[in-house]
Every structure is written in C-alpha cells, then in structure tokens.
Ligand binder design. Structure first.
Ligand code: KIV
Length: 279
C-alpha cells in the first residue's frame, strides 16, 4: 500500500519530520525508497541534473511523464509527486486541468506540484475539487528564475515576507496538501510552518519546517564541483564513481579486465566442430 497525502499530513500532526527527495530514474527511486524516503518528487530539476540545462525551463510535460512512469514503476511504497513543468499550468485553468490529468493518468503519480502562491490558488482549488492532490511551491520558484534575476533568497524584506505569508495561506485555503518553501529565511519559514495546518517542506528554508526536500544528485555529491549552500553532501559519490570509471578504463586498456572470473567457457569438442565449419 502506497503512502498517501493523508499519511504525510498525519506525520506533521504527529510532529514527525518528513524527508523528501527527488528521483528521476529506476536507480534513484529504488535507492531512495530503500532508505525510507516516504515522498519522492519527480522534479523539473531534472532539467539541470539529468538533461544538462542551466535551468528547469526547457523541461516539458512529456519529460516529466516519462520519468514519473519510471519512478512509479520502480517503487511500491513512496508517494510519488510529479512536478508540473514551466508553462504547463499557467496559461489557463483549463490548460492546467488537462495537463495535470495527463500527468496523473499517464504516469500514475499520487500527486502533482505547482509553483506559485496567491495567483495560482484558483487553479489549485479547481484541481483539488477534481480529485487531484496538489503540493504547492512558494519562495524561490525556479521556473521564474528569469523574473527573479537569479537563485536568490526570497522574503527578506517586509513586503515580500508578507506576500509569502499570504501565498502560504492562499495555497492552504485552496486545498494544497503541502507546500514547498524554497530559499526562504529560517524565521519566516518557521512562522509560516507554525501558522499553517498543512506540512511545509523546506529547501534552503532552515530546520523548522515540517519536512525537507533535496535534490538526489546534490546530496550524493554526484557533481563534485557543484554544491548549493542549502544542501549537504552526505557522500562524495561523484568522486567514487569517477575513480571507479578511471580504474575500468585503465584495466581495459591494460588487458586486466575481463579475467576468467568474468567470462564463460565452452567444451573443446564443440570448439573443434566450429573450427572445422569455418575451414
Ligand atoms: O524540481 C525540483 O527538484 C524541486 C525541488 C527543488 C523542490 O522543485
């Protein structure tokens, strides 16, 4: 039985902190679920860590559906949340409904995520009415990076902090089951978390949110030269993998791999027959 949005909400009510992680493929999904991650996000961060872009903007709905299908197929317990990509839900409520329905029907995710606060609340409301569980995402919303002029902390001054409080309230009132707070000052994130009933899931929002979300590749140090301040490298997997691959290349070049242990043999009798055939 998969974890549901109600189970996630019960975790907040019970004071249990909620770990969330991105996953994009069978390996990341399997490993994260085995580690006990209850909620996986097929994030549009795939634009950067999987597709090699500089932002999330080139990611399409088809990409998210494809990777969500893989993550759903490779897990059995985790709640899988599919990220609605850039401009797949902001042109109109109808567009949002059709695309959210496609993501749920074609991939099997248990919920979707949209970026935006007050102005997207009517869309969230319609989706929730239609039976689509929605996670909201406020603060630094990467799909608006060009509008923000970079990946900066949001809500540091009175006006923007107030707007973020309104955004949080609006998405809760619209029926979102949880809200991501990205790059928000610790105190503001704590204030929002205390005021909301729904869980807040922080990334770069300090330790007082109901849960934390991180990008799989950042946590594992898969890009050795890149580590955003809001993440922590729990492993130096990039270096480990790099060393292993270098060893492989060297062993192949030096004829040390494969050995008899990695190979199979056939009977001399059959070999002789084959040789005769080729003569
Ligand atoms: O796409 C993503 O990975 C995200 C998280 C950073 C919240 O939106």
């Amino acid at each position: 039985m998969r974890i549901t949005i109600r189970d996630i909400q019960k975790m907040k009510a019970a004071g249990e902190i909620i770990p969330m992680l991105t996953a994009y493929d069978a390996t990341s999904a399997f490993l994260a679920e085995q580690a006990g991650v209850p909620m996986l996000l097929v994030g549009d961060s795939m634009g950067m860590v999987v597709q090699g872009h500089e932002s999330t903007i080139p990611v399409t709905l088809d990409h998210i559906i494809y990777h969500s299908q893989i993550v759903v197929r490779s897990t059995s317990k985790a709640l899988v949340v599919g990220d609605m990509p850039f401009m797949s839900y902001k042109a109109s409520i109808e567009q949002a409904m059709q695309n959210a329905a496609r993501l749920m029907q074609e991939s099997g995710v248990g919920a979707i995520k949209v970026e935006g606060g007050e102005y997207i609340a009517p869309t969230i409301d319609r989706m929730v009415q239609a039976g689509i569980p929605v996670m909201a995402h406020i603060g630094l919303t990467p799909q608006s990076v060009n509008q923000f002029g970079g990946f900066r902390v949001q809500g540091k001054d009175k006006d923007t902090a107030e707007q973020l409080m309104c955004d949080a309230q609006a998405v809760q009132d619209a029926g979102a089951f949880a809200v991501v707070l990205e790059l928000v000052p610790t105190q503001l994130a704590q204030e929002i978390t205390n005021r909301l009933k729904i869980p807040t899931i922080g990334i770069g929002a300090g330790p007082h949110t109901s849960g934390q979300v991180q990008v799989f590749h950042d946590l594992l140090g898969l890009f050795p030269s890149f580590g955003p301040r809001h993440s922590k490298q729990y492993a130096n997997a990039g270096q480990v993998v790099q060393d292993a691959l270098t060893a492989y290349v060297n062993e192949v070049k030096g004829a040390q791999f494969p050995t008899a242990e990695n190979s199979s043999t056939m009977s001399d009798e059959i070999l002789d027959e084959i040789r005769r055939l080729w003569r």
